[in-house]
Design a protein around this ligand. Structure first.
Ligand SMILES: [Zn+2]
Length: 513
């Protein structure tokens, strides 16, 4: 079977899509999950774009061992230098340098002639190669570039030391036939093409990102760039889970292997959705809520007689499990710790103890603890790793009656270390809590969006709240989980504010440097 490398860009192309803003700890958490998922390359960010991106890429490169970690860089020394600082701690330092090659990008964006573009690309790759053993070079907007020019520049870039050549359809304009033909043409005409990996990178503007990626692979691409849940710039990137599952289910046809651990797909998808706040559409292939639901009577009847009548993918394949957890109210610390390890978490003793306390509290209130609940508890502990003084909720109490004025009392620690208690009213329970929190943080807050969902099934399922708010003119997103949706809402609100505090601390540190 031919091996196809999966290059995940959830943390770079995915993270740069509208409304997403992950902090370092969240990015690290996603990177760890991508490592478990078995992706060959993790694009962790764009180190030169901001101190936050730099810090995240550096921590990921220093942590992840089983996937290659890369970062994006413009074709300039400054970007390559910063990327080296961020990525040098990785197992196999890898950089992704890009430069546009289409006539429209060269003329209007870069304001350079094709000859100048060739020189800049070659110089950048040569410079990067002094530091990095693995250098990927991307021809931005490759699909709309002149194929003859692509051959010319790729020949030179390979001679300069590039180890991977990426041919992105940056604007999502290609059709599968054309995109496949471009790879075939490059395979036949580029000198030294057998020494490098060819990579596909597709966007979903016309809904063809996955089909285009697979067409590229059929015509010689060795690597596909994609994201979890297909998140990304505009309509998104090719969806990782769709490519991996298509290759698996139709291996009779493709005869290719992605090395992806399919059992980790559902968890990866949920983690990314939870941390980015981007909801997965119910009918999304592979990971949508309805992807395995059979609604019509004829289909249900068939399924009961033989599942294969209408089911080509089983939920179990992607790690969905309804198995009851052998952990409950009476479980000891030891069994709990074993479970964390078997689920792949590396928690400190302090984090484990805190997770265990949360687990006991939850077990008191919830009849059946599921693996999803545990996953939320463990990731919650891993995400709580911050040394910035922040707002912390201690207590929230709401008085509500259909004919009363809702009143909320909130007790919280503020960044100065002081504990404050405030009470106020609102037109509903949630509004009264948000009004009270506004008094705690003493800022101007406008709620832009607010959403509550359940994690798993059952009337005692954990509730998750996502709040989009504008704080002193800045648009922020927060989320948190609790057994009660009112508590989750209060925590999500403070989470949005806290994330801004952490970001400001990073910026201040950068200024001090
Ligand atoms: Zn892209």
């Amino acid at each position: 079977m031919r091996r196809i490398d999966i290059f995940d860009t959830t943390l770079r192309d995915g993270e740069q899509s509208a409304g997403i803003n992950l902090n370092t700890v969240e990015k690290l958490e996603i990177a760890r999950q991508l490592e478990k998922l078995g992706v060959a390359v993790i694009e962790a960010g764009f180190p030169a774009s901001s101190p936050g991106d730099f810090e995240a890429v550096q921590r990921i490169a220093n942590t992840v061992k089983n996937s290659t970690v890369t970062g994006l860089a413009r074709a300039m020394k400054k970007d390559i230098d910063i990327s080296w600082e961020a990525l040098r701690g990785g197992e196999q330092p890898h950089i992704h340098v890009f430069l546009a090659t289409s006539p429209i990008h060269m003329e209007y964006k870069l304001k350079k002639t094709p000859d100048e573009v060739v020189d800049i690309a070659v110089d950048a790759v040569k410079y990067a190669k002094q530091f990095f053993p693995l250098v990927q070079w991307s021809a931005e907007d490759a699909f709309r570039s002149e194929p003859e020019f692509l051959v010319r520049i790729i020949n030179k870039v390979i001679a300069a030391g590039a180890t991977t050549i990426n041919i992105p359809d940056t604007v999502g304009y290609a059709t599968p036939q054309e995109y496949g033909a471009l790879f075939k043409y490059l395979k036949e005409n580029v000198t030294g093409v057998e020494k490098v990996k060819l990579s596909a990178h597709c966007h979903d503007d016309l809904g063809m990102a996955v089909a285009n990626s697979i067409a590229a692979v059929e015509n010689g691409a060795d690597q596909v760039e994609c994201t979890i849940n297909g998140i990304g710039e505009r309509a998104g990137n090719a969806s990782l889970e769709e490519i991996a599952v298509a290759m698996h289910i139709r291996k009779d046809f493709y005869n290719m292997d992605t090395g992806i651990n399919l059992q980790e797909i559902k968890r990866s998808s949920q983690l990314v959705s939870r941390l980015t706040g981007v909801v997965i559409q119910p009918n999304k292939a592979v990971v949508g809520k309805n992807a395995f639901a059979h609604e019509s009577g004829i289909h249900q009847d068939g399924m009961l007689k033989n599942r294969q009548t209408y089911e080509i993918i089983t939920p179990e394949l992607i790690g969905e499990t309804d198995m009851p957890l052998a952990l409950g109210k009476h479980s000891g610390r030891h069994a709990f710790k074993d479970r964390a390890v078997s689920m792949g978490f590396e928690l400190s003793d302090k984090q484990l103890n805190e997770a265990f306390d949360d687990f006991k509290k939850l077990a008191d209130r919830k009849k059946e603890i599921t693996e999803d609940d545990l996953f939320v508890l463990f990731t919650g502990q891993q995400l709580s790793d911050t040394d910035t003084p922040i707002y912390e909720l201690h207590n929230v109490q709401v008085q509500y009656g259909t004919s009363n004025i809702p009143t909320a009392t909130v007790t919280a620690t503020v960044p100065s270390g002081e504990t404050v208690t405030v009470a106020t009213t609102g037109s509903g329970s949630v509004e009264s809590i948000f009004n009270a929190l506004e008094l705690v943080i003493k800022g101007e807050v406008l709620i832009l969006d607010y959403r509550v969902t359940s994690i798993g099934k059952g009337r005692d399922a954990l509730g998750e709240a996502v709040v989009n708010l504008s704080y002193n003119g800045l648009e922020l997103k927060g989320r948190d989980v609790a057994q009660d949706v009112l508590e989750a809402s209060a925590k999500a609100y403070l989470n949005a504010i806290n994330r801004q505090l952490v970001r400001e601390r990073l910026r201040t540190q950068e200024l001090i440097k």
